[in-house]
Ligand binder design. Structure first.
Ligand code: GTR
Length: 422
């Protein structure tokens, strides 16, 4: 018994203390990409090969989900007992020049321990139709008030906690260029956004200021190897937004929900889309390492760097692959594959080499094995030079850097139109 305890303690220590080298070299040279074997999406851990949808759904898919949960993002708690109340705080029927009905909804989370936490959702519904509409759900980085110049948009509650003195980032409209609300609304889409810090502050020292203390068994600072990181918590939050829109908002068509995110929130959108099959379309923009990019290419940001800079994003067990990507029993193309046969879109930017555009593209190709089981299409390596591909796994690359542009939105909307046969 004592030996077992000692061994578990050692394993926990090894899993949590390895890696995280903030000085690990970063490679941007294609000729220095290591030769590696892409883990085969359809080969199970016991060596057997998946030939049918049934085998995929009942054996290989759960096996992969378990690997991503236990070794990368951490496990999402099942029964949490957390209750959510929704309070309509404000409505404006004539927002964005009359294009939209704007609603602001307070989410009040209550844990079984009685602790509560609040978050604020901003929702735009198109005024050009009375029908039920599809919705694009995406977190913002610095508060709802940054996504538009509409002066009645209330600042997100996490602003006071997260804003550093003198920072311009939280100013009204500061991120407006990243939110093509008008384009989406004109095309008949609703858009819902929330500040990701509202769910869980993106700072290791502030994790207890989000929803985490409401979860049964939460133990601040004491993490088990497979305990979820903030990407997992934010993904959980995406599902809570989906709950609200699907069940409480009559204008939303709950069968046409899109989850999207940029960068760390692109990683989050993928993990949310994998776990919550209500998301019919999953969009990852410039998500890079720990998102759409293949880890085993070790190009641009790598596991040592990401776990050093953001130790709270992943589960502690992920550190074991820092400067050791070759040992990973899975890779990110399998994360995309887990979304099959639903629609997934990967967007890259040419100058965003930190996110490894080529690794993002190859991931989209290799995910195809699972899509083929459903006779659904994906890009092929031969199409690498093409800039925009609309298979069930979609992809585009555009000039410029790490950002979300009007063009990106146009591509996302085109892709959603295809997914929803509009
Ligand atoms: C970077 C990080 C990336 C990406 C990005 C972002 O600093 O290295 O993985 O997520 O932040 O979220 O903007």
């Amino acid at each position: 018994m004592r030996h077992t305890l000692l061994l578990s303690a050692l394993l926990i220590w090894a899993a949590t203390s390895a890696g995280q080298n903030k000085n690990a070299p970063v490679n941007y040279d294609e000729s220095k990409v290591p030769t590696f074997e892409v883990p085969d999406v359809l080969t199970c851990a016991d060596g057997s090969r998946v030939k049918t949808r049934k085998q995929w759904e009942h054996k290989r898919r759960p096996e992969l989900m378990k690997m991503f949960g236990e070794q990368e993002y951490g496990l999402t708690p099942g029964q949490t007992g957390i209750k959510v109340k929704h309070e309509l705080v404000a409505t404006n029927n004539n927002a964005l020049g009359g294009l939209a009905t704007q609603k602001q909804v307070r989410f009040v989370f209550t844990g079984t321990n009685g602790q509560t936490h609040e978050a604020l959702l901003l929702l735009y519904l198109p005024n050009n139709t009375a029908k039920r509409v599809p919705v694009i759900i995406g977190y913002n980085f610095h508060g709802n008030q940054t996504t538009t110049l509409q002066d009645d948009v209330i600042s997100s509650p996490s602003k006071d906690l997260m804003q550093s003195a003198g920072s311009e980032k939280w100013v009204r409209g500061e991120q407006q260029r990243r939110w093509s609300y008008e384009a989406a609304l004109r095309r008949g889409y609703a858009v819902a956004t929330m500040c990701y810090h509202d769910i869980c502050p993106d700072s290791p020292g502030l994790l207890a200021k989000g929803v985490l203390p409401l979860f049964p068994g939460y133990n601040e600072g004491q993490r088990t190897p497979d305990e979820w990181g903030t990407i997992g918590v934010w993904a959980w939050g995406y599902s809570r937004i989906a709950d609200y829109l699907q069940k409480k908002e009559p204008r939303i068509d709950g069968k046409r929900m899109v989850v999207m995110g940029h960068s760390r929130l692109g990683k989050t959108a993928l993990w949310a889309g994998v776990q919550d099959e209500r998301f019919q379309v999953v969009i990852s923009n410039n998500s890079g390492c720990g998102g759409a990019a293949l880890s085993k290419r070790v190009f641009g940001e790598n596991i040592a760097r990401i776990t050093a800079s953001f130790p709270h994003w992943f589960c502690p067990a992920f550190n074991a692959y820092s400067e050791n990507e070759a040992a990973l029993p899975f890779d990110q193309h399998e994360l995309l594959a887990l979304i099959a046969p639903r629609y997934v879109y990967v967007a890259s930017a040419e100058d965003d080499q930190w996110a490894d555009p080529k690794g993002e593209y190859l991931s989209a190709c290799y995910a195809g094995a699972a899509y083929q089981l459903y006779e659904a299409s994906s890009p092929s390596e031969a199409q690498l030079q093409e800039v925009k591909l609309h298979h069930n796994v979609g992809y585009h690359i555009r000039p410029g850097g790490h950002d979300v542009t009007e063009y990106d939105w146009q591509c996302f909307l085109d892709f959603c139109d295809k997914a929803f046969s509009r």
